[in-house]
Design a protein around this ligand. Sequence first.
Ligand code: AN7
Length: 363
Amino acid sequence: MIFRPLNDRGVIARWQQYLPVSDATPFVSLNEGSTPLIHSPKLSAKVGRGCEFYIKYEGLNPTGSFKDRGMTVAISKAIEEGAEAVICASTGNTSAAAAAYAARAGITCVVLLPAGKIAFGKLAQAFMYGAKVVAIDGNFDDALRLVREIGETEPIAIVNSINPYRLQGQKTAAFEIIEELGDAPDFHVLPVGNAGNISAYWMGYQEFHQLGKASRAPRMIGFQASGSAPIFHNKVIENPDTIATAIRIGNPASWEYATAAVTNSNGAIDIVTDEEILSAQMWLASNEGIYVEPASAAGIAGIFKSLDPARAAERRFPEIPEGSRIVCTVTGHGLKDPDVAKEQCGSVIPAPAEKNEILRRLT
Ligand code: AN7
């Protein structure tokens, strides 16, 4: 089956000339990418001194996370190379994306998940898209190790971000930001788990800088959850833990790329606590109408930490010069993880089905 897009939507169709695709590559696409870059007047005001703050809302991709950008390329190349099955380890979003794009391509998808540590929305996606879901008695790092082992002996394509096509696809988010802002921002803030996304953005920013499409590349600022912060602590974390299950990773696959991105961009890796993550998640939903999953709020939590004068001594975020433009990627949709929200929800107001009774309860 040959897939061709109806229009120029979708990461491969839009950015074809910058991607490792050819006329022989089928486009397995769900019209991913081209996500909104939303200006935040409230966060701009919080940063102050004429700075402008933008949110790249990746939760609006077809499976609800940024993983679709890389998966369209990885699955398209797998089909081009004749694969009939793909496999990945995942904290949830990669498996949702792999399952969806494999379904679209008509091939088998196997996902290895850490048992009991996947947000329910993501598990539901893997099942609904028809993947074979294996829950292992271990964490994400164990699952990724097993995927590598299986890939060595079995005729199955690995679509984790150790597959270079994934980062190629993900770098297109940086292109979109440059196109929309007319230049690269001064700072790019995002959550870090397996460290593929920070590496991919840095690739994309550098590529457009070298092509003269941007006058600079931003300083890359990544935030890890404090219980799962191997890059911050510069050591493998054997038993990573955080409520932000998407970034519950102790030995990131793209560790070296991420370190290079941070060093070469004069950026930083910092940490935020689960409490800070949940509070930023709630703030973003209730102040900007942008509902993201906990991991996705890590960057916003990081901004709040960096602006708190009481934390000045411990923060790694560099000084933000006057008039800076800051982009923060929020990586996944809030509906992915309804259970976390349940715990944060207030109680409902019970009322009889009668107008005056309702109004009385609202005063
Ligand atoms: C919402 O799905 O690793 O640093 O297996 O789902 O590129 O890993 C997910 C990661 C941030 C971290 N936000 O990005 C997986 C997986 C969300 C995520 C990250 C993930 P990377």
